[in-house]
Design a protein around this ligand. Structure first.
Ligand code: PEP
Ligand code: CO
Length: 445
């Protein structure tokens, strides 16, 4: 079966906007096609190698960021705080587990959203649903909700600027292991979880002093002073993804150059659908969400289509069952893939199966999130397989979107205080850090 970056167009497709002005859409696609790539294929190959290590239990994946990035919340502080939070979580996990961490942001391109309904109704007015800032605007009025192709151009430039800052932070000194205290966010410092982090930082300082005495310093050891943060998003809007799919001059293979890793959402993973067709042809490491409706046979077939050469580190299955369903639904899927000798990288998204509505807010309870993560680890332990990482919706800001947690007990009545998400509720920095400490304990036990 021949493949091209546009062959998805011959397949049934879900969750796409309706663009009224087809000529404008074509013009925008042409323009995007002429723009420089945002990543280099060699970086995507490096990530694939690292993911292969995670699948063997030698490294651990921390993937996280917004449910949906927005044009309005685009600023340097938000990006910096997310970067610092990922570094903090990584160091907490690495210190206890002794494993390298692979840092992947849901960032610099995470704009398009699948929706449960094509329309939203308010006070008798029915309008197209908000589908993410790359497609339309969240305001509830007719003009705002029209799908506008030009938004893809803005999303591209915002992604480029975000990526630029992340690369600067990664290489410019902020990620230096001598700077661990600086990663602690101001609004966390005086909370129990911030203090716990400070204690760990002091231990790391001691280790750094010892290394310095032994002659190992940031100056002579780049690994101590810099890091790599990979980027990822759900490749939902295929017009955009196709335009950024390019042939790598070194290998002659096609890579999606809009992010290092792309994933397929739970609502668009039909075997005969356009998204699977698109994904089977790109060489990047890719992910696929695995929700409660997935059947073992279906999953085995899907894995074979998405990773035909059974490459290690190529395919990340992101399990998102919900705390109450994972114990029943996940083991048969895990066994089917294992028994078919298929190489996959298993991670857990404890967010999307645990959504509830309280006081009119879409929220998630921290207890359910922790519980699903723990079940995921336990099941792998029982089956002799590897839990390779976590996939989270989180922010370095002090929001009140998910309820619960010990260090930061947000009640249903607190939700309205700082509920800022464009789409799904995110863990705030304290909650995310608390989750990292829980993972650290899991590794120590
Ligand atoms: C998401 O990751 O934001 C998402 C929509 O997830 P899922 O496809 O698992 O529902
Ligand atoms: Co989401």
């Amino acid at each position: 079966m021949s493949w091209s970056p546009s062959s998805w167009r011959d397949f049934p497709i879900k969750q796409q906007p309706v663009y009224e002005d087809r000529d404008e859409l074509k013009r925008v696609e042409e323009e995007l096609r002429s723009f420089p790539p945002l990543i280099f294929a060699g970086e995507a190959r490096n990530l694939k190698k690292e993911l292969a290590r995670a699948a063997k239990g030698e490294a651990f994946i921390v993937q996280g960021g917004d449910c949906a990035e927005s044009f309005s919340a685009f600023n340097g502080d938000t990006i910096k705080n997310l970067f610092k939070l990922i570094l903090q979580m990584s160091v907490v996990i690495a210190y206890s587990s002794g494993k390298a961490t692979i840092k992947i942001g849901r960032v610099a391109g995470q704009f398009a959203k699948p929706r449960s309904s094509d329309f939203e109704e308010k006070d008798g007015v029915k309008l197209p649903s908000y589908r993410g800032d790359i497609i339309n605007d969240i305001a509830f009025d007719e003009e705002a909700r029209k799908a506008d192709p030009k938004r893809m151009i803005r999303a591209y430039f915002q992604s480029a600027a975000t990526m630029n800052l992340l690369r600067a932070f990664s290489r410019g000194g902020l990620a230096d292991l001598n700077e661990v205290h600086r990663w602690n966010l101001d609004f966390i410092k005086n909370h129990p979880i911030g203090k716990k982090y400070e204690e760990l930082s002091s231990q790391i300082d001691k280790a750094m002093k010892f290394l310095k005495a032994a002659g190992v310093t940031s100056e002579n050891t780049p690994q101590l002073r810099q890091t790599t943060l990979y980027t990822s998003h759900e490749a939902l809007l295929l017009n955009y993804e196709e335009a950024l799919t390019r042939i790598d001059s070194i290998t002659g293979d096609y890579y999606n150059t809009s992010a290092h890793m792309l994933w397929i959402g739970d609502r668009t993973r039909d075997l005969d659908g356009a998204h699977i067709e698109y994904f089977r042809g790109i060489k990047n490491p890719i992910g696929c969400k695995v929700g409660p409706s997935m059947k073992p046979d279906e999953l085995v077939e899907l894995v074979k289509v998405l990773n035909p050469e059974n490459e290690e580190g190529k395919l990340n299955l992101i399990v998102r069952m919900g705390a109450k369903k994972i114990d029943e639904l996940f083991p048969p899927l895990l066994r089917a893939v294992r028994d078919a000798n298929l190489n996959v990288v298993w991670t857990i998204d404890p967010m999307h199966g645990n959504v509830e509505k309280i006081n009119g807010f879409k929220t998630r309870d921290f207890e359910n999130i922790l519980s699903e993560v723990k079940s995921f680890f336990n099941i792998h332990k029982q089956e002799g397989t590897i839990a390779a990482g976590v996939h989270l919706e989180m922010t370095g800001e002090d929001v009140t979107e998910c309820t619960g947690s010990t260090s930061c007990p947000i009640t249903p009545d607190d939700l309205s205080d700082r509920y800022h998400t464009q789409c799904d509720p995110r863990l705030n920095a304290k909650q995310a850090l608390e989750l990292a400490f829980m993972l650290a304990e899991t590794f120590e036990s």
